[in-house]
Design a protein around this ligand. Structure first.
Ligand code: RB5
Length: 157
């Protein structure tokens, strides 16, 4: 079971459209509040648009975690990570999905619908949603360094 009442925002381009529907239905059955930001049709669409919609929901505090699905998961993760405060990664195994939250405070899971099957995608998603950040000093220190990078800090020559 996923943690009760989690607010999950989910989005995909055409490449992830079918898997998005399957994961959204699964999460509703798990008691999550699911916000589907599209795509709503299988026609060709652009993953940065959905990376933006998912990221903005999280950054506005309207969702707790996000899931982005494209063909490989790569384009969606590249786009989502351009939003300061978003920590997105492609995970196709349960270890990375759990540990990415516990150590790195990952808040967006990216999946590649042309890479992963629906059963494994469900298990990876559950590992992601049930994990919580462990606020150890060394993890916080590393996140602070990421925030510095987001703020444009560059090493002086
Ligand atoms: C779309 O054909 C595909 O390029 C996209 O879904 C994704 O795989 C990009 O990373």
């Amino acid at each position: 079971m996923a943690r009760e009442g989690l607010r999950i925002v989910i989005g995909s381009d055409h490449g992830g459209y079918v898997l998005k529907g399957e994961i959204a239905e699964y999460l509703k059955g798990e008691g999550c509040h699911v916000i589907d930001v599209g795509a709503y049709t299988p026609e060709s669409s652009d993953y940065p648009d959905f990376a933006r919609l998912v990221s903005e929901k999280i950054l506005k505090g309207e969702a707790d975690r996000g899931i982005l699905i494209c063909g490989s998961g790569v384009g969606a993760s590249v786009a989502a990570n351009k939003f300061p405060g978003i920590r997105a990664a492609v995970c196709h195994d349960t270890y990375s999905a759990r540990q990415g939250v516990e150590d790195d405070d990952m808040n967006v899971l990216c999946l590649g619908a042309r890479v992963i099957g629906v059963e494994l995608a469900r298990e990876v998603t559950l590992s992601f949603l049930n994990a919580e950040f462990k606020a150890l000093e060394r993890y916080e220190r590393r996140l602070l360094k990421i925030r510095e990078i987001e703020q444009g800090w560059i090493t002086k020559d």
